[in-house]
Write a protein that binds this ligand. Structure first.
Ligand SMILES: C[S@@+](CC[C@H](N)C(=O)[O-])C[C@H]1O[C@@H](n2cnc3c(N)ncnc32)[C@H](O)[C@@H]1O
Length: 380
């Protein structure tokens, strides 16, 4: 099978989690850079990574990388790439996204149109035709320019991987599914331990935890752009990868995952989303104010995304919410707490100092992931 270098972009700050996931899936990581992890794999890897990776944003086949500081250089180097090995005669091809950081070439629309022209020129000479009807399947191309280094990828995913397909309804400030999964993976939580999200909104954190507990692959119920590409990933390869994911599902007989929110409509939404994800039986959702948070169990985990209080009128209320959370947390016996927020006053409002504090970019928003470590259960 043909080997490719595959690029998996992710949230800035979560590269180490994604790297571990890729290694666990059985692939060799070739590089880790800010916001992306690259690895080596064949067509089977393309299917398995799309279906199985919880923290990646998408999977790109790396078509090439070069330096360009003028549009002529960009054109010539793009034209020199072996596009015919990826795009068939009737394929529809466009540079759907161009991102430029600290580079001389910075206009996305100019980069996109110059590259399209270069691809057309290349394919014209190979296929010996003057005009491309583009009546076939989509082959979306993505390019990033970082300090004048151009990296070109063919997008095997399509709709971003954080869209698992279960979240038809969202809260006002939902957290992306792949970020929620990464937050859980950054903790020592395992399915035999208690997990509570007291600000669960549309249920993303409890649902992602339940998917992990049942070993349900995040992409098991969705489609990917490379499913149309018989020339790159054969249909049988996709079928085998989906069969493998279905075989690995293992619903736990008991687990304690709970989601609370003060807003009853949110709890209804979370329940509907959990049903769509096929994990409603694994999660207990309930309308509850954080000031009433309690649990009789020991060694549990709070993993949560409280309100950030970005609007001025929310500021005072928000510090009270963090204080209530801290008070209830202290009453829980031997629990650990993990909390993502952009609210700078979180530790002060809680009168608690985190053991660890990790910077994570949620899109353009700088957030902190605070860890408060509780006791480990004694070994039996
Ligand atoms: C940032 S959102 C959580 C979003 C969630 N992670 C998701 O993916 O949908 C914060 C949530 O806290 C809830 N909330 C606000 N004040 C609360 C309180 N006092 N007790 C419990 N929940 C509260 C809001 O209703 C909102 O759904």
């Amino acid at each position: 099978m043909r080997k490719y270098e595959l690029i998996a972009p992710c949230h800035f700050g979560l590269e180490s989690v994604l790297k571990r996931e890729i290694t666990d899936l059985g692939y060799d990581v070739s590089s880790v850079e800010d916001g992306k992890v690259s690895f080596i794999g064949d067509e089977e890897a393309i299917a398995r990574a799309n279906i199985g990776l919880r923290t990646a944003e998408r999977i790109l086949i790396k078509i090439g990388s070069f330096t360009a500081v003028t549009y002529d250089e960009l054109f010539e180097a793009t034209k020199a790439l072996d596009w015919e090995n990826y795009i068939p005669k009737d394929g529809r091809f466009n540079v759907v996204k161009a991102a430029s950081i600290k580079s001389k070439l910075f206009s996305p629309s100019d980069i996109q149109s110059i590259m399209k022209k270069a691809m057309v020129e290349r394919l014209k000479s190979v296929y010996n035709i003057e005009w491309f009807e583009e009546t076939g399947f989509d082959y979306p191309v993505r390019v990033t320019l970082m300090k004048d280094t151009v990296t070109i990828g063919l997008d095997t995913t399509g709709v971003s991987l954080h869209k698992r397909g279960y979240r038809k309804l969202v809260s006002k400030a939902p957290i992306a599914e792949n970020l929620a999964a990464a937050l859980i993976m950054l903790t020592p939580w395992k399915k035999d331990r208690i997990l509570v999200d007291p600000f669960c909104g549309s249920g993303t954190i409890p649902i992602e935890a339940a998917l992990m507990a049942a070993n349900i692959a995040p992409g098991i119920n969705r489609e990917f752009s490379a499913m149309d590409w018989e020339n790159i990933v054969a249909g049988k390869v996709w079928k085998d990868a989906f069969d493998e994911a279905r075989d690995e599902v293992n619903m736990p007989s008991d687990c304690d995952i709970q989601g609370y929110d003060i807003d009853n409509a949110m709890i209804e939404t979370a329940r509907a989303n959990a049903r769509l994800a096929g994990v409603d039986k694994l999660i207990h959702f309930q309308t509850r104010d954080v000031k009433d948070l309690s649990h009789a169990g020991r060694y549990g985990f709070i993993i949560t995304n409280p309100p950030y209080g970005e609007r001025l009128e929310d500021k005072e209320n928000v510090s009270k919410i963090y204080a209530a959370l801290a008070e209830r947390y202290k009453a829980l016996k031997d629990w650990s707490m993990f909390m993502i927020t952009s609210y700078e006053g979180a530790e002060e409002a809680m009168r608690l100092k985190a053991d660890k504090n990790r910077k994570i970019y949620n899109g353009m928003l700088k957030t902190y992931y605070y860890s408060f470590m509780g006791k480990k259960p004694e070994k039996r």
